[in-house]
Design a protein around this ligand. Structure first.
Ligand SMILES: *[C@@H]1O[C@H](CO)[C@@H](O)[C@H](O)[C@H]1NC(C)=O
Ligand SMILES: *[C@@H]1O[C@H](CO)[C@@H](O)[C@H](O)[C@H]1NC(C)=O
Length: 314
């Protein structure tokens, strides 16, 4: 091979290992304030599939109990924080929302002022498709029990493993994305400190963003006082250029060990939910935790999402 061609091909190979991301997307949908209550999201009312100490209520009950509350600018979603529960009765009232619209290749930005905090809380902002886990799940924001860092995770069908070396700033918790393995841990990436829980809240929250293509899925975070957050994210502009967002915290590339186009072969709904003492928080002592959830409603007064906006770009 002539040296120039060899050089070119090694550049192409090197670029292939990196995440080539320079896409510009235009705003397709935004959810702000009352938008969350005007039919753009449905209220999930089935029993919690993960056995959380929670009852998901319908829209009328959520409104009557002020578990959902909207102004023109902000949307609040909370759990019941007044009822003392019986340990033999049902769990604490809470809300799980599912977007009606679905998205495939897209960039989603969550501008969050406050997330649920408190012992036993398990809040999440995530997306998934039909026939779980065969069309994938992307957990953008998730964590429990006042932990200090967010975790971004994929859950997939049986054949998806992430490479251990990739272009991201976060720390790998697990590379096996298959929901059937490791108790459905998924392939998680841990974010830096202060991306979750009380410290996230006291700093005024921040922005989580996720870009999904058939080549990669990436997640970013910027705290409210970030000096590097780009104006498209910070100001909720009508288009975003993910090429300016810098190295993602979590990066899940397509590869020979995970064909993202196959594993994420459908459009996803956006989910926001808040559970208590689900399988994720049941260790080390599920009895102690569920007892705490039952007996201490006041411990959940900070168990609320305050969402400034969700913007979806396609
Ligand atoms: C949120 O909701 C469903 C069950 O209600 C569950 O599959 C999901 O894992 C829950 N929690 C998180 C943190 O994703
Ligand atoms: C409902 O919740 C909102 C937000 O926390 C609060 O401002 C409002 O006063 C509450 N309304 C009632 C009737 O408690």
């Amino acid at each position: 091979m002539p040296s120039f061609a060899r050089l070119l091909s090694s550049v192409v190979v090197a670029a292939g290992l990196l995440r080539v991301h320079a896409a510009t997307y235009n705003e397709a949908t935004s959810y702000i304030g009352q938008d969350f209550l005007n039919g753009a999201f449905t209220f999930f009312t089935d029993p919690d599939p993960t056995d959380g100490r929670v009852i998901y209520v319908n829209q009328a009950t959520a409104a009557a109990d002020n578990l959902t509350f909207a102004t023109d600018d902000v949307f609040i979603l909370r759990a019941d924080d007044t009822t003392v529960l019986s340990s033999s009765g049902p769990g604490r009232n809470s809300v799980r929302l599912t977007s009606v619209a679905t998205f495939s290749t897209s960039a989603i930005v969550l501008d969050l002022a406050h997330m649920p905090q408190g012992c036993g809380t398990w809040p999440a902002f995530w997306t998934f498709g039909p026939n779980w886990p065969l069309t994938g799940e992307i957990d953008i924001m998730e964590g429990v029990n006042n932990q200090n860092f967010n975790q971004g995770t994929l859950h997939t069908g049986p054949s998806c493993t992430m490479p251990s070396s990739r272009d991201q700033t976060g720390n790998i918790a697990n590379n096996d994305c298959a929901a059937a393995d490791d108790g459905n841990d998924g392939c998680g990436v841990e974010f830096a400190s202060n991306t979750f829980g009380p410290n996230f809240n006291s700093a005024g929250g921040g922005w989580f963003a996720m870009e999904r293509t058939s080549e990669f899925i990436s997640i970013w975070f910027w705290p409210r006082d970030s000096t590097t957050v780009t104006p498209d994210v910070k100001d909720g502009q009508s288009s975003v250029n993910t090429g300016n967002w810098g190295t993602p915290v979590a990066n899940f590339p397509t590869s020979s060990t995970c064909d993202l186009a196959a594993e994420f072969g459908a459009a996803h709904n956006i989910i926001i939910n808040l559970t208590f003492c689900g399988v994720f928080v049941n260790t080390p002592s599920s009895y102690t935790l569920s007892h705490y959830v039952n007996a201490n409603p006041g411990a959940f007064s900070d168990a609320f999402f305050e969402i400034n906006a969700i913007r979806v770009y396609e």
